[in-house]
Design a protein around this ligand. Structure first.
Ligand code: ATP
Ligand code: MG
Length: 158
């Protein structure tokens, strides 16, 4: 299904912003221009839901969560960035492995299974994109993913 990415992303961010109980501010850095993505909207919603849930789970009181996207090499590059506890350098790439959780004690108290980002990676790769994380311990974490886009709804083949 072709959807306009800004609209699709905004709807998900709005849903979290309305229902969140934490004192965390949402900051949107979204371009106005229309970019269309041909996606399974249920699956992409699940991916973004998990990334935002993680960001909220690890955000400190009074922190920000930043939402943005930019265009690089004919792909949309989406980023969701928090001011949370971060992830030790040596573990950053492992958060996309099945059942991997950075700290078992911390993870147990936070709930969850450790599958969210493994599923996210599978779904993003199925859509022709990539997903990765950048993190600084004690500073925060940014999750990036890419998706191929079109500039109009019809795609390339008209
Ligand atoms: P599930 O998503 O299945 O409920 P989960 O959130 O623990 O469980 P993932 O979403 O796959 O699993 O994340 C894996 C691990 O990566 C988390 O347990 C956590 O240790 C770490 N992690 C993910 N996102 C962040 C973040 N924004 N800040 C700090 N650590 C994170
Ligand atoms: Mg998760």
């Amino acid at each position: 299904e072709f959807v306009e990415f800004n609209k699709f992303f905004t709807r998900i961010i709005d849903r979290f912003e309305m229902s969140k109980s934490q004192n965390v501010e949402f900051v949107r850095l979204l371009p106005e221009k229309s970019y269309y993505v041909d996606i399974d909207t249920d699956k992409l919603t699940q991916v973004i839901d998990n990334i935002i849930s993680n960001a909220l789970k690890y955000s400190p009181d009074g922190g920000n969560i930043r939402f943005g996207f930019t265009v690089h090499d004919n792909m949309l590059r989406v980023m969701i960035s928090d001011d949370g506890m971060g992830i030790p350098k040596e573990n950053v790439s492992r958060i996309f492995d099945r059942f991997y959780r950075v700290d078992r004690a911390r993870a147990r108290s936070m709930g969850g299974t450790g599958l969210g980002l493994a599923i996210a990676r599978e779904m993003i790769e199925t859509h022709g994109g990539k997903i990765w994380a950048e993190s600084e311990e004690g500073q925060g974490t940014t999750i990036f993913f890419t998706l191929p886009y079109e500039l109009d709804e019809a795609g390339d083949w008209e």
